[in-house]
Design a protein around this ligand. Structure first.
Ligand SMILES: CC(C)(COP(=O)(O)OP(=O)(O)OC[C@H]1O[C@@H](n2cnc3c(N)ncnc32)[C@H](O)[C@@H]1OP(=O)(O)O)[C@@H](O)C(=O)NCCC(=O)NCCS
Length: 240
C-alpha cells in the first residue's frame, strides 16, 4: 500500500482509541506521566515493574513487530528506576532494562532498536546469581542515540552528543561530540557555531502543533471515503 486510505474520521477515531488506551492501561502502570504524551499504538508498549516516570510531551512510537519495552527490576536491595525526560522520543524496538537507574534527559532521541541496560544481569563469575554489576546510565539533554546502538551500565553521555548507529558505548562520552564504533570513541566534535534546534522548539506550543497536524490530516485524508478504504483492503491495486 503506497498511501493511507483511511477516511479522516477513521484516523481521528484511531487517535481517540490510542488516547483512551493510554489513560486506561498505560498511565496506571507508570509512577507519573507529564501532559501531552503521545504513544502511538500504545498496546505495543510493554511495561514491566515499578518506578517508571515520563516527563511532558514524551513521544513513544511502537510497531506490532517492534515493541518498546521498559523493564525495572526490584528485588531485595536492588531497585531499578527509569526516568524519561520532557520531549524525549523513543522509537520502535527500543528496550530499557534497569536494576539501578536509567535517566534519559529532556529532548533526547533514542532511535529504533537501541538497547540501554544499567546492569549485566548475571554475575561475571557466579552465573547463577542475578544482576551482577549495576551502575547508573545518564543521557544528558538533547542526546541522540542512533539506530540499534547499545548503551552499557555506568555510562554518561554529555548534552547534545550523538551516538552513531550500531555503536556499543561502554565508557562516558563528553558533551557536544559524535561517538561511534565498538567500543564507541569520539569521532567528531559538533560545530559550536551551528545553532542547535531541539524537539522542545517544535513541540512546546502543543496547541498550535495539534492544529497543524489536524490541518495536514484533513488535507491528506479529507477525500478518502469508507467504501474506497474498504475496497483497498479487500481488493488493492497498483494505484493504491
Ligand atoms: C552518527 C552520524 C549521525 C554521524 O554522521 P556524520 O556527521 O555525517 O559523520 P561522518 O560520516 O563524517 O563520520 C565521521 C567518522 O565516524 C565514522 N562513523 C560514523 N558513523 C559511524 C558508525 N555508526 N559506526 C562506526 N563508525 C562511524 C565514519 O566512518 C567516519 O570515520 P572516518 O573519519 O575515519 O572516515 C551517522 O554516522 C549515523 O550513525 N547516522 C545514523 C543515525 C540514525 O541511527 N538514525 C536513525 C533515525 S533517528
Amino acid at each position: 500500500m503506497r498511501k493511507d486510505h483511511r477516511p479522516y474520521v477513521a484516523k481521528r477515531l484511531h487517535r481517540l482509541i490510542e488516547r483512551a488506551y493510554v489513560n486506561y492501561f498505560v498511565k496506571p502502570s507508570l509512577d507519573s506521566i507529564g501532559p501531552e504524551a503521545t504513544i502511538m499504538k500504545p498496546w505495543n508498549l510493554k511495561i514491566h515493574g515499578p518506578n517508571i516516570r515520563f516527563g511532558r510531551s514524551v513521544h513513544v512510537i511502537t510497531a506490532r513487530d517492534r515493541k518498546v519495552q521498559l523493564t525495572v527490576w526490584c528485588q531485595g536491595e536492588q531497585e531499578g528506576r527509569i526516568d524519561i525526560g520532557d520531549y524525549a522520543l523513543l522509537c520502535p524496538g527500543v528496550r530499557l532494562d534497569s536494576a539501578c537507574h536509567i535517566e534519559v534527559g529532556s529532548n533526547t532521541m533514542i532511535a529504533a532498536g537501541a538497547y540501554l541496560t544499567d546492569a549485566d544481569w548475571h554475575d561475571v563469575y557466579d552465573r547463577t546469581r542475578p544482576i551482577g554489576n549495576a551502575s547508573k546510565i545518564t543521557l544528558h539533554d538533547n542526546v541522540w542515540i542512533g539506530d540499534s546502538a547499545i548503551i552499557c551500565k555506568g555510562v554518561s553521555i554529555g548534552a547534545n552528543s550523538i551516538v552513531g548507529a550500531g555503536s556499543v558505548v561502554t565508557h562516558d562520552i563528553p558533551t557536544n561530540v559524535i561517538a561511534a564504533g565498538n567500543p564507541a570513541k569520539v569521532v567528531k566534535e559538533l560545530d559550536s557555531t551551528q545553532p542547535l534546534r531541539r524537539r522542545e522548539d517544535l513541540l512546546a506550543d502543543a496547541q498550535s502543533l495539534n492544529r497543524q497536524i489536524d490541518y495536514l490530516e484533513r488535507s491528506l485524508h479529507g477525500n478518502n471515503s469508507w467504501l474506497g478504504w474498504l475496497r483497498t483492503i479487500i481488493r488493492p491495486n497498483r494505484s493504491d
